[in-house]
Design a protein around this ligand. Structure first.
Ligand code: XIL
Length: 297
């Protein structure tokens, strides 16, 4: 195969990228994005601050721009994200207790109703754990420890057709407190019938040339709980070819690793632009890391 998406499809997987609505008018950008990838995540446009800037007033113009751009090209879309401590609209940041709990439920219902039946998956909850495996202190956590399962139950009822994911960073190394914290929550959810279908490992790698310890074991162990796994926001300091090849191979080695998404197209598009962490350089040329991924798929 000659594109990342087609190569991933050979094993029934997808290869995706994050897209920013503001860049779609750049033809170099949109040409690469439309050619190489078959799964699209909105980099910011489906987050709470974008979709409900004022309480009760939902706006989907930027999210829909990305959704329409993708589906016109036959590409699938992942939803990102519904409940998160960051990128909340101002009105939500100032809420707590039962009114924030209700606002979270209303937000999930409002956004999921708009995209009902249209998305491959939703990152229902994003980044809810501390590095040591305890729950992150946030206004959402302050509404009660059950806020995550309430979010997932609400999401399942709102759109039974989409896969519901928990998404986080620094859960790639099996011997890490945060990985264990998330693992224990997923195990608990599965044992009690809380609806959850997938775990997203953001896979923001920050140096070195080898993978975090037992990365593939982490994927296998999550999958063994009965959920799909996906690498959802991949970027790698200096685009280490060995790390890019290794993370791709690890996903391919785990049957329930369903796909890989890189967090942007060119290095200049990245939120970590100074680290040149992506697969295309600033001119849109394929980097060595691109070839290492394509060859591994
Ligand atoms: C980042 C975007 O890339 C930036 O444009 C924005 O300013 C901040 O958010 N984890 C996530 C993503 O789940 O939503 C974040 O995206 C990167 C870290």
């Amino acid at each position: 195969a000659s594109t990342l998406g087609a190569a991933a499809a050979q094993s029934g997987r997808y290869f995706g990228t994050a897209v920013a609505a503001s860049r779609l008018g750049d033809s170099t950008y949109s040409t690469i994005a439309g050619r190489e990838f078959n799964m699209i995540t909105a980099e910011n446009e489906m987050k709470p601050d974008a979709t409900q800037p004022q309480r009760g007033q939902f706006t989907f113009s930027s999210g829909d721009q990305i959704y329409n751009w993708a589906t016109q090209r036959g590409l699938q879309v992942r939803g990102h994200t519904l409940a998160w401590h960051a990128q909340q609209p101002g009105w939500m940041q100032n809420l707590g207790g039962s009114s924030l709990r209700q606002a979270m439920i209303d937000h999930i219902n409002g956004v999921m109703a708009h995209y009902k039946g249209k998305l491959a998956a939703w990152d229902v909850v994003n980044e809810a754990f501390n590095e040591d495996g305890s729950r992150r202190n946030s206004n959402l956590q302050g509404t009660g420890n059950d806020w995550i399962e309430v979010a997932f139950r609400t999401a399942r009822a709102a759109d039974p057709s989409t896969k519901l994911c928990y998404n986080d960073y620094n859960i790639e190394n099996w011997s890490y407190g945060k990985t264990q914290g998330v693992y224990n929550m997923i195990r608990d959810f599965k044992s009690r019938g809380v609806p959850i279908d997938c775990v997203g490992l953001q896979t923001h790698f920050t140096g070195g040339s080898s993978l975090p310890g037992n990365f593939q074991t982490t994927l296998q162990n999550f999958a063994a709980l009965g959920v799909d796994v996906a690498l959802t926001e991949v970027d790698v300091t200096n685009a280490s070819t060995s790390q890019y090849a290794g993370l791709t191979q690890a996903c391919l080695n785990v049957p329930r690793c369903i796909g890989i998404t890189v967090w942007g197209v060119r290095d200049s598009d990245s939120w970590r632009a100074s680290e040149n962490p992506l697969l295309f350089d600033r001119s849109g040329a394929k980097k060595a890391a691109y070839t290492s991924v394509l060859n591994a798929l």
